[in-house]
Design a protein around this ligand. Structure first.
Ligand code: SAH
Length: 251
């Protein structure tokens, strides 16, 4: 038996993968990150499945539950928000499972930065604007390496998705303004894909006041860059005069 790390998606229970949902439906033990995972993704579990909320547990407690379940031939679903590879703290769990020789597998999920782009009807990689997406955060209790400070990343003027930082919007804006012009568009997406989703649009000059007015200070992404609002070039992929592997140019 095995531990499955499952990306639950950003909130909408229909945004989990088919594979993730099937494993939850078969799992004997479910450990979910209750602070962010929508509990509705667990609705199709077996009636006898035991459910733990990891929000109130320590790493050794989570590992002990996994170890005991696998020793009893049970399947464990460890459910993380979005995709577990982004600020999911799964590496420390995987490493511990390796040392205990407990088999595990990862089922990816739809990260919140993808759900936020969908809600905004935006594309991060517009030709002539930016071909790079930076996923980052402001330093909080977890430090950020010196070379990745927001002010430094801002010099690239790439499309940026800032996690875990909406409660520090003032500091985020201050750091970004060291490199971006004040008119740079910003969108803050609170609870993307949840029924209570809220989109706040503005610029680096206006966003702080608006975010504070709306009381948003957690479960939100700060998206920055000209991809949000600008003139761009059409893509080569669908350009009639451009050939590629799957299509000849029309003459
Ligand atoms: N693994 C997750 C991120 C976990 S870190 C993922 O892939 O999305 C938690 C942070 O993710 C939050 O502080 C917030 O910045 C962001 N977040 C998670 N779910 C969100 C949602 N539905 N809408 C907006 N931001 C979200």
């Amino acid at each position: 038996m095995k531990v499955y790390f499952i990306g639950a998606g950003p909130g909408d229970p229909k945004l989990i993968t088919v594979k993730g949902q099937e494993i939850i439906a078969q799992a004997d033990v479910i450990i979910y990150a209750g602070s962010l995972v929508n509990p509705e993704v667990l609705n199709h579990r077996k009636p006898e499945a035991i459910v733990y909320n990891s929000a109130a547990m320590t790493l050794p407690e989570v590992l002990a539950v996994m170890e005991e379940a696998v020793a009893n031939n049970q399947t464990v679903a460890r459910v993380h928000t979005g995709d577990p590879s982004i600020y999911g703290a799964i590496k420390e769990q995987m490493d511990a499972l390796e040392t205990k020789n407990i088999p595990y597998e990862i089922i990816p999920g739809v990260s919140s930065f993808l759900a936020a782009a969908a809600s905004l009807k935006s594309e991060y990689t517009l030709p002539g604007i930016s071909q790079t997406v930076i996923l980052t955060r402001l330093e909080g209790r977890t430090p950020v390496p010196e070379k990745e400070k927001l002010a430094g990343l801002a010099t690239h003027q790439a499309s940026m998705c800032i996690f875990l930082s909406s409660g520090m919007i003032k500091e985020v804006v201050a750091q970004l303004l060291t490199a971006y012009p004040p008119a740079t568009p910003v969108a803050v997406v609170y609870k993307a894909s949840w029924p209570e989703e809220l989109i706040i649009r503005g610029t680096l000059a206006t966003i702080e006041e608006e975010v504070k007015k709306q009381g948003v200070n957690k479960t939100a992404l700060i998206l920055v860059g000209s991809f949000l609002d600008s003139e761009y070039e059409l893509s080569r992929l669908y350009d009639p005069s451009f050939s590629h592997e799957y299509r000849r140019a029309s003459s």
